[in-house]
Design a protein around this ligand. Structure first.
Ligand code: HEC
Ligand code: HEC
Ligand code: HEC
Ligand code: HEC
Ligand code: HEC
Length: 218
């Protein structure tokens, strides 16, 4: 009986040890997966908006140019979000009674801008400039993805430091002619690296040191 008891105790002791190590290993694996997954980077995530604005409808089906609404994207650091009267240029005579647009009408009547929740946002200590990228021939789609098929805006990339650096180390294959930057369906049949290298020479792109810390932290 005593022997049986100690054998059971022994078994429980082994099981407990196994459980402890197994648990620690599982925790470690979970930590590694979590720290690499989209959970911490928010890639692919969407946020709720006060008005369910759809890029799929407006930029996709209706083919409204990105720059009609984000009109400082070529000239300044920020792309800019459209003021309410941009929406009302159409919605004062289109879908005028729609419940979905009630907040838009209220915003115009009260002169209060709509408060959109940001999807892509960098920390304050990072310097970014839209105009420089767009004028160098980096298309919106390189960073924001296929916006024309997004019912709700989705964060298409991680926007992490290594993601920025990946391109800064070798931008050539991700460049396109300037007149195609906002074109969501642009494709190129030839060699994109060749095209990009030609564009870099033509527009003197990458002459500065794109990987220097001061480029993005100033
Ligand atoms: C160039 C004209 C135009 C502009 C500018 C415009 N819309 Fe629209 N919008 C439309 C049309 C047309 C529809 C109907 C789409 C459909 O049914 O396919 C629509 C539909 C909508 C809908 C209904 C849901 C949907 O997507 O079908 C919402 C909400 C909406 N628009 C919000 C906005 C907001 C907010 C703005 C400003 C940021 C805006 N729209 C700017 C033309 C426009
Ligand atoms: C009719 C106006 C309109 C057009 C056209 C339009 N957008 Fe937008 N965009 C908006 C509005 C309104 C928001 C804020 C709500 C949201 O995030 O969906 C926005 C948000 C965004 C954001 C998210 C910014 C953030 O950090 O929250 C990106 C990126 C963007 N637009 C890119 C584009 C691109 C690329 C195109 C062209 C393919 C485009 N937009 C065309 C009105 C427009
Ligand atoms: C090289 C990558 C890159 C390209 C190319 C790019 N964006 Fe952005 N975009 C960003 C980053 C990064 C942010 C967040 C900036 C911040 O928080 O300071 C952003 C933010 C935005 C925003 C919201 C905040 C703002 O700046 O007003 C809009 C709208 C937007 N982009 C639209 C566009 C459109 C339209 C194009 C193409 C004409 C475009 N972007 C091209 C990286 C890019
Ligand atoms: C898909 C490629 C690509 C991505 C992604 C990208 N960049 Fe750039 N970046 C460029 C190119 C190309 C230039 C233009 C260089 C030139 O004109 O010489 C540039 C220029 C810049 C400049 C201006 C440098 C200067 O002194 O003129 C800053 C700042 C910058 N990038 C920050 C960022 C940050 C921050 C991110 C990430 C959030 C980012 N970039 C992501 C391609 C990219
Ligand atoms: C092309 C742009 C770019 C360059 C060049 C760059 N960084 Fe960053 N850095 C970023 C961005 C974007 C973030 C924010 C990342 C985030 O939000 O996850 C960042 C974040 C950081 C952070 C905060 C901690 C972290 O890792 O998130 C430190 C520290 C940092 N950078 C140091 C440096 C140093 C040192 C250099 C030069 C060797 C450098 N960076 C060059 C874009 C850049």
């Amino acid at each position: 009986m005593a022997q049986l008891f100690s054998r059971t105790a022994d078994m429980w002791f082994r099981l407990a040890l196994l459980g402890l190590f197994g648990g620690l290993a599982a925790l470690f694996v979970a930590f590694v997966i979590l720290s690499r997954s989209d959970y911490t980077t928010d890639k692919g995530w969407t946020v709720q908006q006060p008005v369910p604005f759809s890029h799929e409808h407006h930029a996709g089906a209706l083919q409204i140019d990105c720059r009609y609404c984000h009109d400082s994207v070529e000239t300044s650091a920020v792309a800019g979000l459209p003021p309410t009267h941009t929406c009302m240029s159409c919605h004062s005579h289109l879908w005028t009674g729609a419940e979905m647009l009630a907040l838009v009408r209220q915003s115009l009547a009260q002169g209060e801008p709509l408060r959109w929740n940001r999807v892509t946002e960098l920390p304050d200590y990072v310097f970014f400039h839209h105009g420089v990228h767009v004028n160098a021939g980096v298309g919106c789609a390189e960073c924001h993805g296929q916006v024309d098929s997004m019912p709700l805006m989705r964060k298409a990339e991680t926007f992490s430091m290594s993601w920025c650096l990946d391109c800064h180390q070798d931008p050539a294959p991700r460049l396109r002619p300037r007149d195609a930057v906002a074109d969501m369906s642009w494709t190129y049949k030839g060699d994109r690296r060749e095209l990009g290298e030609a564009l870099m020479r033509k527009h003197h792109i990458g002459d500065g040191n794109l990987t220097h810390c001061y480029t993005c932290h100033r």
